[in-house]
Design a binder for this molecule. Structure first.
Ligand code: SAM
Ligand code: SF4
Length: 430
């Protein structure tokens, strides 16, 4: 989401005459797009601002802060870092050129009816095989660990016709894979449900692959499960975060499902789906027994990969208000538990990858010699395929993070795309 927002702001600035530079030291404007999901992200912001402050003194570089930390801190951010020129929240991506000119703080949430989703400029995706497409924003859940509802506001779905149009415009410049994004994307309701949205997007001619992220287990519908079986463009990868393997922790997290319910739902998925998840270790009050239940659940659930984190207290959230009552888990215990979760999963991911040595996998090429398998595994290969090509790769070795192999043949080549559109100018005598 953060990456996609950065693109939209880059495009708005390009329309106002700005161009990107690879090094902050050469920039006239440094825009830091922040994430507030864990505490470290804020620490990173303030240490980055410390570095950019020097640029401001040396060469007058303007400094802006965008994203969820901006939304959370608002004017406070200017008090803590008064050299910052402007602060803007995620609802105001299009306003960035205006804020560069006049400075200030723009963080008010817009009413649902007033909110217009920023349109991607397809030109900035020309030559890319993949693109993110925003399907919805915000979140109406109140998981007790999570700051998202406070930084991204209420759930708003983008009208499906806008999404389909954007996907078609991306395909016209060579994009072959669209990843539909939203904090709770399977709760989509922009004129049809999420399963119907996938079918409408799949009908865009020339689009080869569809992915989506992130989904809430309670919004997993039978219709979405059918899409995995019936829509060939939908890739067999599903990120469905469980967060914890003990019911008592799920209850404190306000996740609205039990482990038995989660297991029932994933049992309905086709067997070939690569299922991935998020896990939080050291959630307030997590006992040794709850941690043991978590490990037991993870042992019997054959996840393809896992993103695991140590719990980080977030402002405004339900869990921080109950921290004293539930009891903070000492950091060294939380880290030890995290390491146990990670080593369990690492061994399994490595085995899954090694089991594919000798197989042929279908890869969508993103850069020369690099692409992703249908399951979303990273694949490095030798061969001459171009970005946007779909190739078969014979796997020769595997590590925890990637497969390596040799290109066998191109099964689908990148569509021919028109050259970049030149700016047209008309000089009229007056
Ligand atoms: N909407 C998704 C869901 O409900 O599963 C999650 C989106 S959240 C942006 C991404 C992940 O960050 C979460 O799944 C969770 O594991 C992790 N996360 C969120 N808040 C956290 C916190 N306070 N401490 C540690 N990890 C956190
Ligand atoms: Fe956060 Fe996801 Fe829960 Fe929404 S559903 S509050 S984004 S963890």
């Amino acid at each position: 989401m953060n990456e996609s927002d950065s693109h939209r702001m880059g495009e708005a600035l390009a329309r106002a005459g700005w161009e990107p530079t690879p090094a902050a030291e050469q920039a006239d404007l440094v825009l830091v797009n922040t994430c507030a999901i864990r505490e470290k992200a804020e620490d990173k912001l303030y240490s980055a601002l410390g570095r950019y402050r020097l640029l401001k003194t040396q060469r007058g570089t303007k400094i802006g802060v965008a994203g969820c930390v901006a939304q959370q801190e608002k004017e406070r951010l200017l008090r803590r870092a008064p050299f910052v020129d402007f602060v803007l929240g995620p609802d105001h991506l299009d306003k960035v050129p205006e804020l560069v000119r006049k400075g200030g703080v723009e963080t008010a949430f817009l009413e649902t009816e007033q909110y217009l989703f920023p349109q991607a400029d397809p030109e900035s995706s020309r030559g890319n095989a993949t693109a993110f497409v925003t399907a919805m924003k915000g979140c109406d859940n109140v998981c007790s660990f999570c700051v998202v509802p406070y930084t991204r506001g209420r759930e708003v779905s983008r009208p499906y016709a806008e999404i389909v149009r954007e996907v078609a415009s991306l395909v016209a410049v060579g994009v072959r894979e669209a990843t539909l994004i939203g904090q709770n994307v399977n709760a989509y309701a922009g004129g049809c449900d999420f399963a119907e949205l996938i079918r409408r997007v799949a009908a865009v001619p020339g689009l080869l692959r569809i992915r989506f992220t992130t989904s809430h287990p309670m919004d997993l519908s039978e219709a979405l499960v059918r899409c995995f079986r019936e829509v060939p463009q939908l890739m067999p990868h599903f990120h469905l975060p469980v967060q914890h393997g003990a019911d008592t922790v799920l209850q404190r997290m306000r996740r609205k499902y039990t482990i038995a319910e989660y297991e029932r739902r994933i049992a309905a998925l086709p067997a070939e789906i690569a299922l991935t998840s998020d896990i939080i270790c050291g959630f307030p009050g997590e006992t040794d027994d709850e941690h043991r239940q978590n490990l037991e659940f993870l042992r019997r659930t054959d996840y393809d990969n896992l993103f695991s984190f140590v719990y980080s207290p977030r402002p405004h959230t339900g869990a921080i208000l109950k921290l004293e009552e539930w009891g903070e888990v000492p950091r060294e215990i939380a880290i030890r538990r995290l390491e146990e979760v990670q080593s369990l999963q690492m061994a399994r991911t490595l085995k899954r990858h090694r089991d594919r040595v000798g197989d042929t996998v279908e890869v969508l090429v993103e850069e020369s010699g690099f692409g992703r398998s249908r399951e979303n595994w990273t694949v490095h290969f030798s061969g001459d395929a171009q970005p946007g090509d779909l190739v078969n790769v014979r796997v020769e070795s595997a590590s925890l993070v990637a497969l390596r192999g040799v290109q066998l043949g191109v099964t689908g080549s990148a569509p021919r795309v028109d050259p970049p559109r030149k700016r047209r100018l008309s000089v009229v005598p007056a």
